[in-house]
Design a protein around this ligand. Structure first.
Ligand code: TPP
Ligand code: MG
Length: 375
């Protein structure tokens, strides 16, 4: 039984206006705290020389969990970005899946160890693979939304990116198209105030990216990213609107980046102590914890059980990923080029299907990761 399942049934009415009962609130908190714990472990592993590169979601978890909670898992689609750890975990990836990507193991569901670290994706959970050029994912998500509309599936597509990325030309094309065709699309901008070392005032010409929604004739909402329930409410409204055929919404969550841009960045070189302190004060993890404690939902016993469960999951994920094999170099071309070549002659390097399968020690069925259980 999970820690969330151990608590006595209480109805605090804390999340009632959002339609969330205490059980769901605790599950949301568990996800926020688990994503943070996985992320913190990633940094330790990086500093210990075990994994090469970390790009963190710390400070973004509240917005990611709150917004993703409004989508339907296994039905809707998400095109995430490199900070979307909590989003991907809320949508179905588990701690092992994230750690396998960090270690770039053969069984990594994101790419079988091919992608850059932090580029999560998982076809089992309708999570599109992240691309390195920022903002390209918005066009993919809008394409998915168009397909959903044509096929009348009732699905919604969401994409997320930072405020710096939101200045790319792709964003204009995507929002214009999605608005014209009233596509079931939600655009989440996670505004953490920086694009690497460049502050928002030098990236975006207006105080709120959400103001730009007016130029497309769609709603633009600013929400406090440290307020998980506010993020959920904003997303719920946007998702309902999308499913009803009324078109896209832009949600801008004001979040905080608690770490450097990546493990190769030192933010004390360009941020003042005061700026860093303000950023820290806007962390959703303690805010949400305090709210749930005050509502009597997160009792001492529940919190202790959760802490224990999360520590065990993080250790399990680390040990598991440590023990998994790297991909075989002979399989490097796999999932890069089509394996069923559309001509009679194979490519010069051959298909190598049998060798790939043998090298990976599994059936050559073309899938990235197989179910690995976990949390
Ligand atoms: C098209 C493109 N330009 C530049 C980069 C390099 N780059 C990677 S992340 C990043 C900053 C993005 O900042 P923001 O969108 O605010 O997201 P954050 O990292 O703050 O969450 C840049 C410039 C890139 N990957 N792709
Ligand atoms: Mg940013």
């Amino acid at each position: 039984m999970t820690a969330t399942g151990q608590r006595a049934k209480i109805s605090s009415h804390f999340g009632a206006d959002a339609g969330l009962d205490d059980e769901q609130l605790l599950a949301m908190y568990r996800m926020v705290a688990l994503a943070r714990a996985v992320d913190e472990r990633m940094w330790i592993l990086n500093r210990a020389g075990r994994i090469p590169f970390v790009i963190s979601g710390q400070g973004h978890e509240g917005a990611q969990v709150g917004v993703t909670w409004a989508l339907r898992k296994g039905h809707d689609w998400i095109a995430p970005y490199y900070r979307s750890i909590a989003m991907c975990m809320t949508f179905g990836m588990n701690a092992r899946d994230i750690m396998l990507a960090q270690y770039a193991r053969a069984s990594d569901p994101s790419s079988g160890g091919r992608q850059m670290p932090g580029h999560y994706g998982d076809r089992r959970h309708n999570l599109l693979s992240v691309s390195s050029p920022v903002a390209t994912q918005i066009l993919h998500a809008v394409g998915i939304a168009l397909a959903a509309k044509i096929r009348k599936t009732g699905q919604v597509a969401l994409t997320a990116m930072g405020e710096g990325s939101s200045n790319q030309g792709d964003v204009h094309e995507a929002l214009n198209f999605a608005a014209i065709h009233r596509l079931p699309f939600v655009f989440l901008v996670e505004n953490n105030g920086y694009a690497i070392s460049v502050p928002a005032a030098l990236e975006v010409s207006v105080p709120d990216v959400a103001q730009r929604a007016a130029g497309y004739g769609i709603p633009g909402v600013v929400v406090d990213g440290s307020d998980v329930l506010a993020c959920y409410r904003a997303a719920k409204t946007a998702v309902e609107r999308a499913r009803a055929g009324d078109g896209p919404t832009l949600i801008e969550a004001k979040v905080t980046r608690l770490t450097g841009h990546s493990s190769d960045d030192q933010q004390t070189k360009y941020r003042t102590e005061e700026d860093l302190a303000v950023g820290k004060s806007r962390d959703a993890v303690p805010h949400f914890r305090d709210q749930l404690r005050a509502a009597g939902i997160l009792t001492e016993a529940v919190e202790a059980a959760l802490t224990e469960e999360i520590a065990a999951l993080v250790t399990d994920a680390t040990d598991f990923a440590e023990g998994e094999p790297d991909p075989q170099p002979s399989t490097a071309m796999r999932w890069v080029y089509a394996e069923e070549w559309p001509s009679e002659t194979p490519p010069p390097w051959g298909f190598g299907e049998a060798e790939h399968a043998a090298a990976d020690g599994r059936p050559g069925d073309g899938t990235a990761g197989e179910g690995r259980g976990g949390d």
